[in-house]
Design a protein around this ligand. Structure first.
Ligand code: FES
Ligand SMILES: [Fe+2]
Length: 351
C-alpha cells in the first residue's frame, strides 16, 4: 500500500468487507476502502477482481471504463488492462504493449455473503483470518441486510454498537426500552475479542420476541455484543422461557438473532456500514425477512443521524476529547485492540 504516509486509524493488514456479494457484477463498482480508491467487478467465471481505481496513464478512474471480456478499457485514451492489472493494449494499437504498465490489484475472497478485501501486504492475505460471521452462512439461519455510507469515523459505530444503552434515547420510537438501562452489564475481553454481556432473567418479553417464541410468560433475555477485529460487531440477542436452562454463555433453548454489523473505513471520517440480522426461527419466511430488513434499516438510519452529527461536532471542536464512562468500556476495549494491532504492525520488520 503506497497511498498513506501517516498512521491510519485502522488496521491495514486485515480483511474488510468491500461489498455485499450481490453488489458486485460485471459493471465496475467504485468504492474507496481504507483510503484507497478501488473498483470491483466480476469476471466471466464470476470470480471478483479488485483493482486500484486509477488508470496508470492519466489516472482517470478505471471504474468509468468499458469491460471487454475479463479486461477493462480506460474510457479516456483506451489503455486496456487485464484482470491482473497488466497492460494488454496501448492507446495507440500500433504501439508495442509495455507490460510494465499496470494497475495495482488486491486480494479478495467471498465468504458469509460478502466480498472481503485485503488492502495491505498481499502476501499476508490468508482467508483463515476473515472474521467468523458464521450466522451469515449457516443453513440453519436466515440472513439478510443492507448498506449505508456513513459520514463518520468507523470507530464511532463500534462505540455505538458496543453500548446498547443508547437504544433508550436514540431508538425511543422503535426498539428502545427502559429495562435495558436497568440490567447490569459485564465486559469481558478474551484474546482478540471483546464482549459486553447483558442478562435479563425473568422479564416480560417485548412483542417482537413474544411473537418469535410463540409462547406467553416470562423469559430470560440476553444481549451479547461481540467485537471482532478489525471492525465487526455481532450482537447475539434472544429470549428463552424461564426454566429452559438458558445461560449467558449458552442459550439455544429459545429463539435467537444475530445482529451483524461490519464497518469498513473509507476515510478517517467516513465508513461503509454493512448491516443485517441472522435468525434461527421462521427461517423460510421470506416476508418476515423483508419486513425485518426494512425495519432494521429504519433503526440503523437513526444511529446514522447521531453519528454524522457527532462526527461534525468532533471536527468542529478539535480542542475537545471524547470522554469514556462506564457504559463505554466495550468500545474503549475494542479501540484498544485496534490501536495495539496498528502499533504492532509498525514494529520494524513486522510491517
Ligand atoms: S487516462 Fe487512461 S488511457 Fe489515458
Ligand atoms: Fe442503535
Amino acid at each position: 500500500m503506497t497511498l498513506r504516509t501517516d498512521t491510519p486509524t485502522w488496521i491495514t493488514n486485515a480483511w474488510y468487507v468491500a461489498a455485499w456479494d450481490a453488489e458486485v457484477d460485471s459493471t465496475p463498482l467504485a468504492r474507496t476502502i481504507c483510503g484507497m480508491p478501488i473498483m470491483l467487478y466480476r469476471k466471466l467465471d464470476r470470480s471478483v477482481v479488485a483493482m486500484r481505481d486509477a488508470c496508470p496513464h492519466r489516472l482517470l478512474p478505471l471504474s468509468m471504463g468499458i469491460r471487454e471480456g475479463d479486461s477493462i478499457r480506460c474510457k479516456y485514451h483506451g489503455l486496456k488492462l487485464g484482470p491482473d492489472g497488466v497492460a494488454e493494449e496501448m492507446p495507440l494499437k500500433a504501439d508495442k504493449v509495455n507490460r510494465s504498465i499496470c494497475a495495482e490489484t488486491f486480494a479478495v475472497h467471498e465468504r458469509h455473503r460478502f466480498v472481503w478485501i485485503w488492502v495491505g501486504d498481499k502476501a499476508l492475505a490468508d482467508p483463515a483470518l476473515i472474521p467468523d460471521l458464521w450466522p451469515c452462512s449457516d443453513p440453519a439461519w436466515a440472513f439478510d441486510g443492507g448498506y449505508y455510507k456513513v459520514e463518520a469515523d468507523y470507530r464511532l459505530m463500534i462505540d455505538n454498537l458496543m453500548d446498547l444503552t443508547h437504544e433508550t434515547h436514540v431508538h425511543s420510537g422503535s426498539i428502545g426500552q427502559p429495562e435495558l438501562m436497568e440490567a447490569p452489564i459485564e465486559t469481558v475481553a478474551s484474546g482478540d475479542a471483546v464482549e459486553v454481556r447483558r442478562w435479563m432473567p425473568g422479564v416480560n418479553p417485548p412483542p417482537f420476541w413474544r411473537g418469535a417464541l410463540r409462547a406467553d410468560g416470562p423469559v430470560d433475555r440476553w444481549q451479547v455484543c461481540r467485537f471482532l477485529p478489525p471492525s465487526a460487531v455481532m450482537i447475539d440477542v434472544g429470549v428463552a422461557p424461564v426454566g429452559a436452562g438458558a445461560t449467558i454463555e449458552r442459550h439455544d433453548q429459545g429463539v435467537r438473532g444475530m445482529v451483524i454489523d461490519v464497518m469498513t473505513p473509507e476515510s478517517e471520517t467516513s465508513h461503509h456500514y454493512f448491516w443485517g440480522m441472522a435468525r434461527n426461527f421462521d427461517i423460510d419466511d421470506a416476508g418476515f425477512t423483508a419486513r425485518f430488513r426494512a425495519q432494521q434499516g429504519g433503526v440503523f438510519a437513526e444511529d446514522m443521524v447521531i453519528l454524522e452529527a457527532q462526527q461534525r461536532a468532533i471536527t468542529a471542536n478539535p480542542d475537545l476529547r471524547l470522554q469514556a464512562y462506564r457504559i463505554d468500556e466495550g468500545g474503549t476495549r475494542a479501540r484498544a485492540l485496534i490501536a495495539r494491532a496498528i502499533r504492532s504492525a509498525q514494529l520494524p520488520g513486522d510491517a
